[in-house]
Ligand binder design. Structure first.
Ligand code: 13P
Length: 260
């Protein structure tokens, strides 16, 4: 797999997905506190993903700091008669650095498909932003033994429109749906196994170099108690954090993960 070799070039990434929480003032205040708490940590990247309404103030609060800002969704067209949608260019114009795409809540509640995910990943890359593409199996799929089938379909389909020169810019988040907001975390070994499989799918789809370069995050009930173990797995390059990213103390502890 070459993970150990690729590991040195994959800068660890911690992303807080605020989902539909925090006003823009609350978000900006949080970013200021987060910057203070991060201090001089230089070997990792930290992002927060506010709702659309909080992006402007969060970007302003993060300016010149080690924190950057991600959006939680995007539409793939540049502009047009698409009421309610926001384009990647508009996010770039605001100073947003990355976009979460295909989160399981969007797949489940808003019927997003792998094909939509592929269009969004392409649009985000074309605008010079970083896509964070989410994949993961449901409880039923895991129980049925089809985790690999699900990941083996979501990853190549979602990456289908990525051009090879952009491959290394892709980040993937493996979030088993049964672990999201449930307090049930995949064990570090389960997460490692699935993520190593995802890395293999990236290599198959975009080439071996991309397989080594692409950062793959784990998400699903990440907290202060499991962060260090997760980050010590060879293929886990970071985390996508929901609930525990809403308060400073747990999120700061996660950002300060310790890796041997
Ligand atoms: P929790 O950390 O609340 O389980 O949410 C995970 C998630 O969905 C992050 O995108």
């Amino acid at each position: 797999m070459g993970s150990a070799q690729g590991r040195s070039i994959r800068v660890p990434l911690v992303v807080g997905n605020w989902k539909m929480f925090k006003t823009s003032a609350e978000g900006a205040a949080f970013v200021h506190e987060l910057i203070e708490s991060i201090g001089p940590l230089g070997d990792r990247e930290v992002m927060v993903a506010p709702p659309f309404t909080g992006l402007f103030e969060a970007v302003r609060a993060a300016r010149g700091s080690r924190v950057s800002v991600a959006a939680q969704d995007v539409f793939w067209e540049r502009e047009g008669a698409y009421t309610g949608e926001v384009s990647a260019e508009m996010l770039a114009d605001l100073g947003v650095a990355a976009v979460i795409i295909g989160h399981s809540e969007r797949r489940r509640d808003f019927q997003e498909t792998d094909e939509w995910v592929a269009h969004k990943v392409r649009a985000v890359l074309d605008s010079g932003l970083l896509p964070i593409m989410c994949v993961g199996e449901t409880a039923d799929q895991r129980e049925a033994g089809s985790t690999r089938d699900v990941l083996g379909s979501q990853v190549p389909t979602g990456l289908a429109e990525v051009r090879s020169e952009n491959a290394a810019l892709v980040t993937i988040a493996y979030e088993p749906v049964w672990a999201i907001g449930t307090g049930k975390t995949a064990t570090p070994e389960m997460a490692q196994e699935a993520i190593a499989f995802v890395r293999g799918q990236v290599a198959r789809t975009l080439g071996a170099e991309a397989g080594d370069a692409v950062r793959i995050l784990y998400g699903g009930s990440v907290g202060p108690d499991n962060i260090d173990e997760l980050m010590n797995q060879p293929d886990i390059d970071g985390v996508l954090v929901g609930g525990a990213s809403l308060q400073l103390a747990p999120f700061s502890r996660i950002v300060h993960f310790e890796k041997q």
